[in-house]
Design a protein around this ligand. Structure first.
Ligand code: E4P
Length: 220
């Protein structure tokens, strides 16, 4: 499974990239707004750290506006992916961009039918939002399983990005369901490598090591 970081924060990306865990980055207008910096500067900064795909979202709601923004954003870095919303205009923009060889990520997918439409339009990535479905009492992970099955049934090449990930279980279940990618908030990802028994295990090993006579330690 590939891990994308769902953040616009350069420090988080730098910290976690050092571990070889970052295959790409997704951003959205809310994440960019949190950084309080110029959009282009943030995206180019991320692209200079991460060689994998970096999603940057268009703001326009009409296809012609989306495409205008997309062509400009696509010039910012070779690994930029254009994120478009799951609307009729978004699908058209996705299809046009795909024809021109520009990679796309169709975002805000909440049903298997929407995912299928995005894949048909040629999306490189489809982003079903797990957490936001859970928030309204609908099992988000079911959508990942259904979409995976549908794409496999027809040999469709779009990759599923399990998005709106809120906890470790979401990541584990998305991996079990076979999502190609999980995009994970920078604040959540460190909890994937942590476990209280690991911490207490280290403490106990260190305490026991203190009991070893100095002479024996130096021979180790
Ligand atoms: C994905 O590309 C989105 O940026 C993201 O996963 C949204 O997550 P949220 O529902 O926590 O805002």
């Amino acid at each position: 499974m590939k891990f994308f970081l769902d953040t616009g924060n350069i420090d988080e990306i730098k910290r976690i990239s050092r571990l070889g865990l970052v295959d790409g980055v997704t951003t959205n207008p809310s994440l960019i707004a949190k950084e309080g910096r110029d959009f282009k500067e943030v995206i180019q900064g991320i692209c200079s750290i991460v060689s994998g795909p970096v999603s940057a979202e268009v703001i326009g709601t009409k296809a012609e506006d989306m495409l205008k923004e997309a062509y400009e954003i696509a010039e910012w870095a070779p690994n930029v992916v254009i994120k478009v919303p799951m609307t009729e205009d978004g699908l058209y923009a996705c299809h046009e961009l795909t024809k021109k060889g520009i990679k796309t990520n169709v975002t805000l997918i909440f049903s298997a039918a929407q995912g299928l439409m995005a894949a048909k339009a040629g999306a490189t990535y489809v982003s079903p939002f797990v957490g936001r479905l859970d928030d309204i009492g609908v099992e988000g992970m079911k959508l990942i399983r259904e979409l995976k099955q549908i794409l496999e049934n027809y040999g469709m090449t779009s990759e599923i990005i399990a998005a709106s990930i809120r906890n470790i279980k979401h990541v584990e279940d998305a991996a079990i369901a076979g999502a190609h990618i999980a995009t994970i908030p920078g604040s959540l990802l460190p909890s994937l490598w942590k476990h209280p028994l690991t911490d207490s295990g280290i403490e106990r090993f260190l305490a026991d090591w203190e009991k070893v006579p100095q002479a024996a330690k130096s021979q180790a």
